[in-house]
Design a protein around this ligand. Structure first.
Ligand SMILES: [Zn+2]
Length: 60
């Protein structure tokens, strides 16, 4: 399932795609900062959230 990684500060989508990436890789790609709001992403591992692109229905 495609995933996306978003900045928790501004909700900017930092990565979206089919490949499962670790937040650390994405944070590294942006040199530790959110390109939009400038939040220091490497400071806290909790700075980004990984979400599935589509919500899957688990309840029936
Ligand atoms: Zn941000």
């Amino acid at each position: 399932m495609p995933q996306r990684i978003v900045c928790k500060e501004c909700n900017e989508v930092l990565y979206q795609g089919d490949l499962l990436k670790s937040p650390q890789d994405v944070i590294k790609k942006f040199e530790g900062k959110c390109p939009i709001c400038g939040k220091d992403l490497s400071f806290e591992t909790d700075a980004v959230s990984v979400k599935p692109c589509e919500t899957k229905k688990t309840r029936q």
